[in-house]
Write a protein that binds this ligand. Structure first.
Ligand code: EPZ
Length: 426
């Protein structure tokens, strides 16, 4: 299994290009199942979850082609789909496979998708996806670990999510796009990835209004057509580099990002004393400069536009270097604090109680062998290692490869000492 070996203490300077958003690209790829015509998607990040989604679509006999290696664009054509099925082998490595449920059921009237099961950050059920699809007329049963869904044609309905769910909102958006009649989706997620998916669907001929607000109106159409779409920038990758700049800059310039998707994080980092500026001439450029002294701040994770759960682990790494006491509470997932234990091994002063952490800083971190437990946890360990004394070895970096494109190359470009190594015997 590959590892990262990071020698801390280098100041980061220079420019980094932000990739397309994994969590926008995944539903966009699944949405290509809604039409027999080709869908061209650009600004696709080359990360492992995208490769898994491409494999899943190919398993369903879709044509998945890319003009370049590694792929930064895909043409996906689901002219016919012989297996309307997402098998356990693929779903277990990527929960977002569940995003195929809505499109398959809406277009083919049947779907068989493995239940994802729990993951490192929590139980993560899909009961809300299932209830909402049932409200649209889907007949759904759960058998032998698979969700089996059938419907002659889905019918529009008024659906209210009792709790906000991002991929749940995406599944209902794609399903309702081909349903008969009107769907009104209430308490929908507001994440920018929802707006991006709705924009793609509208280009494909869907009738959708209100995406990006809590109530989305969808008038189903009989058929959708092919189109071309550019995926929005990855706000979590951008956020991770902002934290890197705040902790280990120098000054870093982020290009090809969407600063307006980063409001809560930028406000929090400014509270910590970090200097972040938008470029006056180009609104896709952000500059971050580390302060002489980082200050502690409190964080509670929330749905967008609140502070993203996907930035909580990285913020905790920063809090170890900030003066004072930071209270961090994870309010979206029940078990997203595993990185804290690894940060403790590097010398951090963190007290964990359930879903809350009290971080007292600043503490000098020392390099240690640590293990990544999930995607964003691994990013937090990389950030901690960048400021630690000596060498940190991070095990199980396949987690980080799920969602960060060439992170070690991007960090090396900024002056970090980071290499990917394969320990002998693995
Ligand atoms: C999406 O996951 C993202 N994944 C996650 O990104 C992100 O952390 C999460 O939204 C929250 O922002 C993708 O977009 C592919 P939810 P999702 O449904 O949709 C509970 C990353 O690091 N819930 O909004 O699965 C659930 O357990 C990741 O890139 C139910 O109870 O998250 C959680 O507590 C990981 N029943 C809360 O709702 C359901 O049917 C929010 O989850 C669905 C969700």
């Amino acid at each position: 299994m590959e590892q990262f070996r990071i020698q801390g203490g280098r100041k980061l300077r220079g420019e980094v290009r932000i990739s397309g958003a994994k969590n926008a690209a995944l539903p966009a790829m699944a949405a290509a199942l809604l039409t027999r015509e080709p869908v061209h998607l650009k600004n696709i990040p080359h990360v492992r979850d995208i490769v898994t989604m491409a494999k899943l679509l190919a398993h369903m006999r879709c044509r998945v082609e890319s003009p370049d290696i590694p792929p930064s664009a895909f043409t996906i054509q689901a002219e016919t789909v012989s297996h309307a099925e997402a098998p356990y082998e693929l779903v277990k490595t990527m929960r977002a496979s569940v995003l195929t449920l809505g499109p398959l059921l809406a277009r083919f009237g049947r779907a068989r998708v493995s239940l994802p099961g729990g993951c490192a950050i929590g139980a993560r059920p899909i009961d809300l996806h299932i209830q909402a699809l049932e409200a649209l007329g889907g007949e759904i049963s759960v058998d032998h670990g698979y969700v089996q869904a059938r419907a002659e044609r889905l019918r529009g309905a008024r659906v209210r999510f009792p709790r906000i769910t991002v991929t749940g909102t995406e599944n209902i958006l794609t399903a309702a796009a081909l349903a008969e009649g009107e769907t009104i989706l209430e308490n929908a997620a507001l994440e920018p990835e929802i707006g991006d998916l709705a924009e793609l669907l509208v280009k494909m001929g869907a009738k959708i209004e209100g995406a990006g607000t809590p109530t989305i109106w969808i008038e189903g159409v009989k058929e959708l057509h092919g189109t071309e779409h550019t995926i929005i920038p990855d706000r979590i990758e951008a956020g991770t580099f902002l934290v890197a700049g705040a902790m280990a800059g120098g000054e870093i310039t982020l290009t090809h990002c969407a600063p307006h998707h980063l409001g809560a994080l930028i406000a929090k980092l400014r509270e910590c004393g970090v200097d972040i500026r938008c470029d006056a001439a180009d609104n896709s450029i952000l500059r971050v400069r580390a302060p002489k002294k980082l200050l502690a701040a409190d964080v509670i994770t929330q749905e967008y536009p609140g502070f993203a759960t996907d930035m909580q682990a990285q913020f905790m790494a920063l809090a170890t270097q900030a003066e004072g006491v930071s209270h961090i509470r994870e309010a979206i997932f029940e078990n997203r604090m595993l990185h804290a234990v690894e940060l403790l091994r590097m010398g951090a002063n963190i007290h964990i109680e359930g879903n809350s952490a009290v971080v007292t800083g600043p503490t000098p971190l020392t390099g240690a062998p640590v293990t990544a437990s999930d995607l964003r946890a691994s990013a937090s360990l990389v950030l901690a290692a960048l400021v630690a004394n000596n060498t940190t070895t991070i095990d199980r970096v396949y987690h980080i490869d799920r969602g960060y494109e060439r992170i070690e190359e991007k960090l090396r470009g900024l002056g970090a000492s980071i290499e990917r190594v394969s320990p002998s015997g693995s």
